[in-house]
Design a protein around this ligand. Structure first.
Ligand SMILES: [Ca+2]
Length: 355
């Protein structure tokens, strides 16, 4: 750890001497000039509490990525929260029969939200807790946290990457179970995933034939997914409606479109008040997390007003299509295309009309 500290100090000294450069690509190239293995064998990635963690990009020696589906399934836990079980939640399993209905905390008449965390996160991290708390403040519903922390807590980043498909298919089994045994509506199911959790949601939706009502991808993870075919990541075919918020495009988050509608707040690459240095890509732990913070806030506001534009440059030049839609929870499911907006640098983030 001491070595890493010296490495960071060295990096910051370089930063002080560097010309400010606002493009992600140029910063990565500059970084590689004195840390040639950055992004190849290791990189920093933020966890579910916006804390930077060291991620090894090499293969894990004991090769647990080849764990069987049943072993993966055994490590995925579901916790249901509603207004009665708001703080700690209650663990639910697929084995209980409908005869247990009087004791069953799942109410098929209510909306159901599945929340899936990302790398080095759990049901206790901000990713899950903030959205769950706001939803239950707004209304009573079934909020089901998918806790796969036993798998996600692995600094060999590509091991959990390879397990997202099996985790997603386990989520699909739970959804199918709730539909078949509890009479829940597949079209009223909404899966929300952050980072690796966004692709996990995609795999769940894909397993359900793309018939789940909605998937929201919150800054879907970049390493291991950018540029892959739709079957290998979140895409519009995974649900009846897929909306995506990109907040750290090109680093932790994907740049490419992967929903029916894709939002790029503040251009999508870095968020205000997150990059405090001119050269801040690898030290920016908060842009990736802003996606779930924006979403949590959007449960109470339609003021993340977004505009359909060709590019961020077009937005800055005020060359967008007429009309606007809200980003996040209240987005209409008819929305299609690429949208841009600006936000504030601190909570409340929603900025209202900006064009
Ligand atoms: Ca897919």
């Amino acid at each position: 750890m001491l070595f890493l500290l010296f490495l960071l100090l060295f990096l910051l000294c370089q930063v002080c001497q560097a010309e400010p450069d606002n493009t992600t690509l140029a910063e990565i190239e500059y970084l590689k000039s004195f840390l040639p293995n950055y992004g190849v064998t290791w990189m920093f990635l933020p966890d579910g509490n916006n804390i930077l963690q060291l991620a090894y990009l090499s293969e894990e020696p004991r090769n647990s990525s080849r764990m069987s589906f049943l072993k993966v399934k055994d490590k995925v836990n579901f916790f249901l929260y509603n207004r009665k079980y708001q703080k700690s939640g209650i663990r639910i399993r697929m084995t209980r029969s409908l005869r247990d209905a009087s004791e069953d905390p799942f109410d098929p008449e209510l909306e159901t939200k599945f929340l899936i965390h990302g790398w080095k996160s759990s049901k206790s991290t901000d990713t899950i807790q903030n959205i769950k708390n706001n939803y239950l403040k707004a209304d009573d519903m079934n909020v089901i946290a998918v806790d796969w922390s036993d798998l996600a807590d692995n600094f060999f980043y590509f091991t959990p990457v390879l397990q997202t498909r099996d985790v997603g298919e386990t989520v699909a089994e739970m959804i199918d179970h709730l539909v078949v045994t509890r009479g829940a509506s597949l079209k009223r199911m909404h899966i929300i995933g952050h980072s690796l959790g966004a692709h996990t949601a995609g795999f769940a939706g894909s397993k359900l034939g793309g018939q789940v009502g909605r998937i929201t991808g919150l800054d879907p993870a970049n390493p291991g997914f950018e540029g892959t075919p739709p079957s290998e990541r979140l895409d519009p075919g995974d649900a009846l409606f897929v909306d995506v918020i990109h907040t750290s495009s090109g680093t932790a988050g994907m740049s490419m479109r992967c929903g029916h509608v894709d939002f790029y707040p503040n251009g999508g690459a870095r968020q205000p008040n997150c990059s405090i240095f001119p050269f801040a890509l690898i030290l920016d732990s908060c842009s990736h997390g802003r996606s779930h913070q924006y979403y949590a806030e959007s449960i109470f506001t339609d003021q993340f007003i977004s505009y359909r534009c060709r590019s961020w440059a077009a937005y800055r030049a005020k060359q967008c299509s007429k009309g606007s839609i809200p980003m996040g929870h209240p987005v209409p499911n008819t929305a299609r295309g690429i949208y841009y907006l600006e936000t504030n640098g601190e909570s409340p983030y929603a900025k209202g009309n900006t064009l």
